[in-house]
Design a protein around this ligand. Structure first.
Ligand SMILES: Nc1ncnc2c1ncn2[C@@H]1O[C@H](COP(=O)(O)OP(=O)(O)OP(=O)(O)O)[C@@H](O)[C@H]1O
Length: 398
Protein backbone atom coordinates (compact mmCIF):
# COMPACT_ATOMS: atom_id res chain seq x y z
CA UNK A 1 0.00 0.00 0.00
CA UNK A 2 1.30 3.47 -0.86
CA UNK A 3 -0.41 6.80 -0.75
CA UNK A 4 1.48 9.91 -1.72
CA UNK A 5 0.91 13.42 -0.61
CA UNK A 6 2.66 16.40 -2.17
CA UNK A 7 2.07 19.57 -0.16
CA UNK A 8 2.89 22.93 -1.61
CA UNK A 9 5.98 21.57 -3.31
CA UNK A 10 8.38 24.07 -4.84
CA UNK A 11 11.59 23.60 -6.78
CA UNK A 12 14.05 26.37 -7.41
CA UNK A 13 17.10 25.66 -9.54
CA UNK A 14 19.77 28.12 -8.39
CA UNK A 15 21.18 30.43 -11.05
CA UNK A 16 24.13 28.87 -12.88
CA UNK A 17 24.77 26.64 -9.89
CA UNK A 18 27.14 24.19 -11.49
CA UNK A 19 26.88 24.88 -15.17
CA UNK A 20 24.75 21.75 -15.46
CA UNK A 21 21.64 23.45 -16.74
CA UNK A 22 19.46 20.83 -18.30
CA UNK A 23 18.23 21.54 -21.80
CA UNK A 24 20.06 24.83 -21.93
CA UNK A 25 19.42 27.15 -24.82
CA UNK A 26 19.60 25.71 -28.28
CA UNK A 27 19.30 29.00 -30.07
CA UNK A 28 20.54 31.36 -27.43
CA UNK A 29 17.28 31.64 -25.55
CA UNK A 30 17.35 31.64 -21.75
CA UNK A 31 17.95 28.21 -20.25
CA UNK A 32 14.84 28.67 -18.17
CA UNK A 33 12.84 26.49 -20.51
CA UNK A 34 12.24 26.40 -24.23
CA UNK A 35 8.53 26.93 -24.31
CA UNK A 36 8.01 27.31 -20.60
CA UNK A 37 7.74 30.74 -19.10
CA UNK A 38 9.04 30.05 -15.62
CA UNK A 39 9.26 32.52 -12.78
CA UNK A 40 12.79 33.71 -12.12
CA UNK A 41 13.61 35.01 -8.64
CA UNK A 42 16.85 36.18 -7.05
CA UNK A 43 17.31 32.60 -5.83
CA UNK A 44 16.96 31.02 -9.25
CA UNK A 45 14.48 29.54 -11.71
CA UNK A 46 11.25 28.29 -10.16
CA UNK A 47 10.65 25.05 -12.07
CA UNK A 48 7.69 23.88 -9.95
CA UNK A 49 5.50 25.74 -7.46
CA UNK A 50 2.29 25.38 -5.47
CA UNK A 51 2.21 21.69 -6.33
CA UNK A 52 -0.49 20.04 -4.23
CA UNK A 53 -1.64 16.51 -4.92
CA UNK A 54 -2.90 13.52 -2.93
CA UNK A 55 -2.46 10.19 -4.68
CA UNK A 56 -4.48 7.17 -3.58
CA UNK A 57 -3.08 3.70 -3.12
CA UNK A 58 -2.63 1.96 -6.52
CA UNK A 59 -3.77 5.04 -8.36
CA UNK A 60 -2.26 5.77 -11.79
CA UNK A 61 -1.42 9.47 -11.95
CA UNK A 62 -0.11 11.04 -15.14
CA UNK A 63 1.71 14.37 -15.19
CA UNK A 64 1.33 15.94 -18.61
CA UNK A 65 2.30 19.24 -20.15
CA UNK A 66 4.59 20.84 -22.72
CA UNK A 67 8.36 20.69 -22.61
CA UNK A 68 9.93 22.44 -19.63
CA UNK A 69 6.73 22.74 -17.55
CA UNK A 70 8.24 20.91 -14.57
CA UNK A 71 6.93 17.33 -14.94
CA UNK A 72 10.27 15.52 -14.68
CA UNK A 73 11.42 17.80 -11.89
CA UNK A 74 8.34 16.85 -9.87
CA UNK A 75 8.91 13.13 -10.50
CA UNK A 76 12.59 13.43 -9.60
CA UNK A 77 11.69 15.15 -6.33
CA UNK A 78 9.41 12.22 -5.48
CA UNK A 79 12.23 9.81 -6.34
CA UNK A 80 14.68 11.76 -4.20
CA UNK A 81 16.94 12.52 -7.17
CA UNK A 82 16.22 16.21 -6.82
CA UNK A 83 16.04 18.14 -3.58
CA UNK A 84 12.67 19.66 -2.63
CA UNK A 85 13.19 23.42 -2.15
CA UNK A 86 9.98 23.97 -0.18
CA UNK A 87 6.94 21.92 0.80
CA UNK A 88 6.51 18.35 1.99
CA UNK A 89 6.38 14.95 0.39
CA UNK A 90 4.68 12.17 2.33
CA UNK A 91 4.58 8.50 1.40
CA UNK A 92 2.10 6.54 3.48
CA UNK A 93 1.93 9.50 5.81
CA UNK A 94 5.69 9.53 6.43
CA UNK A 95 7.65 12.67 5.63
CA UNK A 96 10.14 11.78 2.90
CA UNK A 97 11.93 15.06 2.11
CA UNK A 98 15.20 13.98 3.65
CA UNK A 99 14.96 10.22 3.09
CA UNK A 100 17.58 8.76 0.74
CA UNK A 101 16.25 7.59 -2.67
CA UNK A 102 17.15 3.98 -1.91
CA UNK A 103 15.09 4.06 1.28
CA UNK A 104 11.91 5.41 -0.31
CA UNK A 105 10.74 2.07 -1.76
CA UNK A 106 10.36 3.68 -5.14
CA UNK A 107 11.50 2.45 -8.55
CA UNK A 108 11.91 4.60 -11.63
CA UNK A 109 11.85 3.86 -15.35
CA UNK A 110 13.52 6.33 -17.69
CA UNK A 111 13.01 7.17 -21.35
CA UNK A 112 16.57 6.02 -22.07
CA UNK A 113 16.01 2.53 -20.51
CA UNK A 114 19.30 2.91 -18.60
CA UNK A 115 20.11 -0.81 -18.83
CA UNK A 116 23.60 -2.14 -18.10
CA UNK A 117 24.94 -3.12 -21.55
CA UNK A 118 27.42 -5.73 -20.27
CA UNK A 119 24.76 -7.64 -18.35
CA UNK A 120 22.18 -10.05 -19.71
CA UNK A 121 18.49 -9.31 -19.28
CA UNK A 122 18.44 -11.70 -16.33
CA UNK A 123 21.40 -9.98 -14.69
CA UNK A 124 19.92 -6.54 -15.31
CA UNK A 125 16.69 -7.56 -13.61
CA UNK A 126 18.45 -9.39 -10.78
CA UNK A 127 20.74 -6.45 -10.06
CA UNK A 128 18.51 -4.41 -7.69
CA UNK A 129 17.75 -7.58 -5.72
CA UNK A 130 21.42 -8.54 -5.48
CA UNK A 131 22.13 -5.09 -4.11
CA UNK A 132 19.62 -5.84 -1.38
CA UNK A 133 21.45 -9.11 -0.68
CA UNK A 134 18.39 -11.23 -1.38
CA UNK A 135 18.98 -15.02 -1.41
CA UNK A 136 19.77 -16.42 -4.88
CA UNK A 137 16.74 -18.68 -5.19
CA UNK A 138 14.41 -15.85 -4.23
CA UNK A 139 16.06 -13.58 -6.81
CA UNK A 140 15.59 -16.31 -9.40
CA UNK A 141 11.92 -16.67 -8.56
CA UNK A 142 11.26 -12.92 -8.65
CA UNK A 143 13.14 -12.33 -11.91
CA UNK A 144 11.28 -15.17 -13.61
CA UNK A 145 7.96 -13.95 -12.26
CA UNK A 146 8.56 -10.39 -13.52
CA UNK A 147 9.83 -11.72 -16.86
CA UNK A 148 6.64 -13.76 -17.27
CA UNK A 149 4.49 -10.72 -16.39
CA UNK A 150 6.18 -8.74 -19.12
CA UNK A 151 6.48 -11.59 -21.60
CA UNK A 152 10.28 -11.39 -21.86
CA UNK A 153 11.17 -14.87 -20.53
CA UNK A 154 12.66 -15.85 -23.90
CA UNK A 155 15.17 -12.98 -23.78
CA UNK A 156 16.57 -13.55 -20.30
CA UNK A 157 19.97 -14.67 -21.61
CA UNK A 158 20.35 -11.89 -24.19
CA UNK A 159 22.30 -8.69 -23.78
CA UNK A 160 20.30 -5.42 -24.23
CA UNK A 161 21.94 -4.66 -27.60
CA UNK A 162 20.31 -7.77 -29.05
CA UNK A 163 16.83 -6.46 -28.20
CA UNK A 164 14.44 -4.07 -29.93
CA UNK A 165 13.53 -0.74 -28.31
CA UNK A 166 10.22 -2.11 -27.06
CA UNK A 167 11.88 -5.20 -25.59
CA UNK A 168 14.52 -3.07 -23.88
CA UNK A 169 11.86 -0.90 -22.31
CA UNK A 170 10.11 -4.03 -21.03
CA UNK A 171 13.37 -5.11 -19.41
CA UNK A 172 13.74 -1.67 -17.83
CA UNK A 173 10.20 -1.98 -16.48
CA UNK A 174 11.00 -5.54 -15.34
CA UNK A 175 14.04 -4.32 -13.46
CA UNK A 176 11.85 -1.69 -11.78
CA UNK A 177 9.00 -4.01 -10.74
CA UNK A 178 11.11 -7.01 -9.70
CA UNK A 179 11.54 -5.66 -6.20
CA UNK A 180 7.87 -4.83 -5.90
CA UNK A 181 8.26 -1.14 -5.13
CA UNK A 182 5.49 0.76 -3.40
CA UNK A 183 5.64 3.43 -6.07
CA UNK A 184 6.63 3.12 -9.70
CA UNK A 185 7.74 6.33 -11.39
CA UNK A 186 7.94 6.44 -15.18
CA UNK A 187 9.50 9.37 -17.03
CA UNK A 188 8.46 9.40 -20.70
CA UNK A 189 9.08 5.62 -20.94
CA UNK A 190 7.62 5.31 -24.43
CA UNK A 191 9.12 8.37 -26.11
CA UNK A 192 11.95 6.48 -27.80
CA UNK A 193 9.60 4.02 -29.49
CA UNK A 194 7.95 4.36 -32.87
CA UNK A 195 4.22 5.09 -33.01
CA UNK A 196 3.11 1.46 -33.42
CA UNK A 197 5.29 0.15 -30.61
CA UNK A 198 4.22 3.02 -28.42
CA UNK A 199 0.57 2.01 -28.77
CA UNK A 200 1.46 -1.60 -28.04
CA UNK A 201 3.52 -0.72 -24.96
CA UNK A 202 0.75 1.55 -23.75
CA UNK A 203 -1.60 -1.44 -23.67
CA UNK A 204 1.14 -3.44 -21.93
CA UNK A 205 1.38 -0.82 -19.21
CA UNK A 206 -2.40 -0.87 -18.76
CA UNK A 207 -2.22 -4.66 -18.33
CA UNK A 208 0.78 -4.41 -16.03
CA UNK A 209 -0.96 -2.14 -13.57
CA UNK A 210 -3.72 -4.70 -13.19
CA UNK A 211 -1.15 -7.32 -12.26
CA UNK A 212 0.93 -5.43 -9.72
CA UNK A 213 0.02 -3.66 -6.48
CA UNK A 214 1.83 -0.40 -7.08
CA UNK A 215 1.01 3.27 -7.16
CA UNK A 216 2.05 4.82 -10.47
CA UNK A 217 3.30 8.30 -11.33
CA UNK A 218 3.88 8.69 -15.03
CA UNK A 219 5.28 11.66 -16.96
CA UNK A 220 4.52 12.36 -20.59
CA UNK A 221 4.09 15.31 -22.93
CA UNK A 222 1.64 13.27 -25.01
CA UNK A 223 -1.96 14.01 -24.13
CA UNK A 224 -3.22 10.78 -25.75
CA UNK A 225 -0.92 8.76 -23.50
CA UNK A 226 -2.15 10.75 -20.50
CA UNK A 227 -5.81 10.29 -21.38
CA UNK A 228 -5.52 6.54 -22.02
CA UNK A 229 -3.34 5.64 -19.03
CA UNK A 230 -4.29 7.92 -16.17
CA UNK A 231 -6.94 7.39 -13.52
CA UNK A 232 -6.37 11.09 -13.01
CA UNK A 233 -4.17 13.44 -14.93
CA UNK A 234 -2.34 16.50 -13.72
CA UNK A 235 -1.92 19.11 -16.44
CA UNK A 236 1.04 21.43 -15.91
CA UNK A 237 2.27 24.63 -17.51
CA UNK A 238 5.13 26.95 -16.53
CA UNK A 239 5.72 25.11 -13.25
CA UNK A 240 2.08 25.35 -12.09
CA UNK A 241 -0.69 22.76 -12.01
CA UNK A 242 -3.47 23.87 -14.35
CA UNK A 243 -5.99 21.16 -13.55
CA UNK A 244 -6.27 17.77 -11.87
CA UNK A 245 -9.04 15.40 -12.86
CA UNK A 246 -10.08 12.20 -14.56
CA UNK A 247 -9.51 12.16 -18.32
CA UNK A 248 -13.25 12.64 -18.87
CA UNK A 249 -13.45 15.54 -16.41
CA UNK A 250 -10.61 17.50 -17.97
CA UNK A 251 -11.93 16.81 -21.46
CA UNK A 252 -15.51 17.78 -20.67
CA UNK A 253 -14.77 20.62 -18.27
CA UNK A 254 -11.34 22.11 -19.02
CA UNK A 255 -10.41 24.59 -16.28
CA UNK A 256 -8.92 27.15 -18.65
CA UNK A 257 -7.98 27.92 -22.23
CA UNK A 258 -4.63 26.17 -21.93
CA UNK A 259 -6.15 22.86 -20.80
CA UNK A 260 -8.91 23.19 -23.41
CA UNK A 261 -6.32 23.55 -26.16
CA UNK A 262 -3.92 20.94 -24.81
CA UNK A 263 -6.34 18.08 -24.19
CA UNK A 264 -8.14 16.57 -27.17
CA UNK A 265 -7.01 15.98 -30.70
CA UNK A 266 -7.60 17.61 -33.12
CA UNK A 267 -7.48 20.68 -30.94
CA UNK A 268 -10.55 22.57 -29.73
CA UNK A 269 -11.58 25.52 -31.93
CA UNK A 270 -11.65 28.97 -30.36
CA UNK A 271 -13.75 31.96 -31.41
CA UNK A 272 -14.02 35.53 -30.15
CA UNK A 273 -17.57 35.67 -28.86
CA UNK A 274 -20.02 37.45 -26.59
CA UNK A 275 -21.86 35.97 -23.67
CA UNK A 276 -25.33 37.54 -23.52
CA UNK A 277 -27.85 37.54 -20.69
CA UNK A 278 -31.37 38.06 -22.04
CA UNK A 279 -34.48 37.59 -19.90
CA UNK A 280 -32.45 35.64 -17.34
CA UNK A 281 -31.12 33.21 -19.99
CA UNK A 282 -27.54 32.92 -21.23
CA UNK A 283 -26.76 32.97 -24.96
CA UNK A 284 -23.45 32.99 -26.78
CA UNK A 285 -22.93 34.65 -30.10
CA UNK A 286 -20.08 34.65 -32.58
CA UNK A 287 -20.27 35.75 -36.20
CA UNK A 288 -23.75 34.97 -37.46
CA UNK A 289 -24.36 32.24 -34.88
CA UNK A 290 -26.36 32.77 -31.72
CA UNK A 291 -27.20 29.83 -29.47
CA UNK A 292 -28.91 29.48 -26.13
CA UNK A 293 -26.73 27.60 -23.69
CA UNK A 294 -27.85 24.24 -22.32
CA UNK A 295 -29.67 23.94 -19.00
CA UNK A 296 -26.57 22.62 -17.23
CA UNK A 297 -24.56 25.63 -18.40
CA UNK A 298 -27.39 28.06 -17.55
CA UNK A 299 -27.35 26.77 -13.99
CA UNK A 300 -23.57 26.81 -13.64
CA UNK A 301 -23.28 30.39 -14.91
CA UNK A 302 -26.27 31.62 -12.91
CA UNK A 303 -24.88 30.05 -9.73
CA UNK A 304 -21.71 32.05 -10.25
CA UNK A 305 -23.69 35.18 -11.20
CA UNK A 306 -21.65 35.50 -14.39
CA UNK A 307 -22.47 38.73 -16.20
CA UNK A 308 -22.68 39.37 -19.94
CA UNK A 309 -19.18 39.90 -21.32
CA UNK A 310 -16.73 39.32 -24.15
CA UNK A 311 -15.56 35.71 -24.01
CA UNK A 312 -13.54 33.13 -25.86
CA UNK A 313 -15.80 30.36 -27.05
CA UNK A 314 -14.37 26.85 -27.45
CA UNK A 315 -16.03 24.15 -29.54
CA UNK A 316 -14.48 20.74 -30.21
CA UNK A 317 -14.10 19.72 -33.87
CA UNK A 318 -16.51 16.80 -33.50
CA UNK A 319 -19.19 19.10 -32.07
CA UNK A 320 -19.35 21.35 -35.11
CA UNK A 321 -22.16 20.64 -37.52
CA UNK A 322 -22.29 21.52 -41.21
CA UNK A 323 -25.64 22.88 -42.36
CA UNK A 324 -27.42 24.85 -45.07
CA UNK A 325 -26.51 28.23 -43.61
CA UNK A 326 -29.16 28.60 -40.89
CA UNK A 327 -27.69 30.27 -37.82
CA UNK A 328 -24.28 29.45 -39.28
CA UNK A 329 -20.84 30.83 -40.05
CA UNK A 330 -19.53 30.61 -43.59
CA UNK A 331 -16.04 29.23 -44.13
CA UNK A 332 -13.81 28.11 -46.98
CA UNK A 333 -12.19 24.67 -47.04
CA UNK A 334 -8.39 24.72 -47.02
CA UNK A 335 -7.54 21.07 -46.53
CA UNK A 336 -9.65 17.96 -46.31
CA UNK A 337 -7.91 15.07 -44.55
CA UNK A 338 -9.45 11.66 -45.17
CA UNK A 339 -9.12 9.57 -41.99
CA UNK A 340 -11.27 6.62 -43.07
CA UNK A 341 -14.39 6.85 -40.94
CA UNK A 342 -14.22 10.62 -40.81
CA UNK A 343 -12.83 13.62 -42.61
CA UNK A 344 -10.93 16.38 -40.83
CA UNK A 345 -11.84 19.57 -42.59
CA UNK A 346 -9.54 22.54 -42.10
CA UNK A 347 -11.49 25.60 -43.04
CA UNK A 348 -10.93 29.31 -42.83
CA UNK A 349 -13.33 31.94 -41.63
CA UNK A 350 -12.28 35.57 -41.47
CA UNK A 351 -8.62 34.64 -41.22
CA UNK A 352 -9.19 32.10 -38.46
CA UNK A 353 -8.66 28.34 -38.85
CA UNK A 354 -11.43 26.00 -37.85
CA UNK A 355 -11.19 22.21 -37.72
CA UNK A 356 -14.36 20.24 -38.26
CA UNK A 357 -14.71 16.48 -38.01
CA UNK A 358 -17.24 15.17 -40.50
CA UNK A 359 -18.26 11.48 -40.54
CA UNK A 360 -17.71 9.99 -44.00
CA UNK A 361 -20.92 7.97 -43.90
CA UNK A 362 -24.39 8.95 -42.86
CA UNK A 363 -26.54 6.75 -40.66
CA UNK A 364 -27.82 4.72 -43.62
CA UNK A 365 -24.26 3.77 -44.57
CA UNK A 366 -24.06 5.85 -47.73
CA UNK A 367 -21.08 8.12 -48.26
CA UNK A 368 -21.53 11.80 -47.68
CA UNK A 369 -20.34 14.53 -49.97
CA UNK A 370 -16.63 15.24 -50.22
CA UNK A 371 -15.05 18.64 -49.84
CA UNK A 372 -12.36 20.04 -52.04
CA UNK A 373 -10.05 23.01 -51.64
CA UNK A 374 -11.95 26.28 -51.87
CA UNK A 375 -15.40 24.77 -51.24
CA UNK A 376 -17.77 27.00 -49.29
CA UNK A 377 -19.30 25.47 -46.17
CA UNK A 378 -21.57 26.64 -43.37
CA UNK A 379 -21.15 25.45 -39.82
CA UNK A 380 -22.94 25.81 -36.53
CA UNK A 381 -23.03 24.16 -33.09
CA UNK A 382 -25.41 23.53 -30.21
CA UNK A 383 -25.65 25.31 -26.87
CA UNK A 384 -24.61 22.15 -25.02
CA UNK A 385 -21.11 21.92 -26.55
CA UNK A 386 -19.90 25.46 -25.88
CA UNK A 387 -16.95 26.03 -23.55
CA UNK A 388 -16.83 29.62 -22.39
CA UNK A 389 -13.71 31.32 -21.12
CA UNK A 390 -13.47 34.77 -19.55
CA UNK A 391 -10.84 37.46 -19.99
CA UNK A 392 -8.63 35.72 -17.39
CA UNK A 393 -8.78 32.59 -19.61
CA UNK A 394 -10.60 30.55 -16.94
CA UNK A 395 -13.70 28.50 -17.69
CA UNK A 396 -16.64 30.67 -16.59
CA UNK A 397 -18.70 27.62 -15.65
CA UNK A 398 -16.26 26.24 -13.06
N1 LIG B 1 19.45 20.82 -13.16
C1 LIG B 1 18.82 21.89 -13.61
N2 LIG B 1 19.33 23.14 -13.46
C2 LIG B 1 18.67 24.23 -13.91
N3 LIG B 1 17.49 24.19 -14.54
C3 LIG B 1 16.92 22.99 -14.73
C4 LIG B 1 17.56 21.77 -14.28
N4 LIG B 1 16.74 20.72 -14.61
C5 LIG B 1 15.67 21.28 -15.23
N5 LIG B 1 15.76 22.59 -15.30
C6 LIG B 1 14.79 23.55 -15.88
O1 LIG B 1 13.58 23.42 -15.16
C7 LIG B 1 12.46 23.45 -16.03
C8 LIG B 1 11.60 22.22 -15.84
O2 LIG B 1 12.32 21.10 -16.34
P1 LIG B 1 11.68 19.64 -16.40
O3 LIG B 1 12.70 18.72 -16.94
O4 LIG B 1 11.07 19.33 -15.10
O5 LIG B 1 10.52 19.88 -17.47
P2 LIG B 1 9.62 18.79 -18.19
O6 LIG B 1 8.23 19.29 -18.07
O7 LIG B 1 9.88 17.43 -17.67
O8 LIG B 1 10.10 18.95 -19.68
P3 LIG B 1 10.48 17.83 -20.77
O9 LIG B 1 9.20 17.22 -21.22
O10 LIG B 1 11.15 18.63 -21.83
O11 LIG B 1 11.40 16.87 -20.08
C9 LIG B 1 13.03 23.57 -17.43
O12 LIG B 1 12.90 24.90 -17.83
C10 LIG B 1 14.46 23.16 -17.32
O13 LIG B 1 15.27 23.87 -18.23
Amino acid sequence: MATLSLRNIKKIYPHASNGKKKKASKKGEAPTGEKANLEVTSQGVVAVQQFNLDIADKEFIVLVGPSGCGKSTTLRMVAGLEEISEGELYIDGKLMNDVEPKDRDIAMVFQSYALYPHMTVYENMAFPLKLRKMPKDEIDRKVKEAAATLDITQYLNRKPKALSGGQRQRVAIGRAIVREPKVLLMDEPLSNLDAKLRNQMRSEIIKLRQKIDTTFMYVTHDQTEAMTLGDRIVIMKDGFIQQIGTPQEVFDHPANLFVAGFIGTPQMNFFDAKLLLEGGRYFVTTGAVKVELSEEKQQALAAKKVSAQDVTLGVRPNHIILNDGTNAIEATVDVSEMMGSEVHLHANTQGRDVIIIVPTMDISGSHKETFSYGAKINFTFGGNVCHIFGADENNLEL
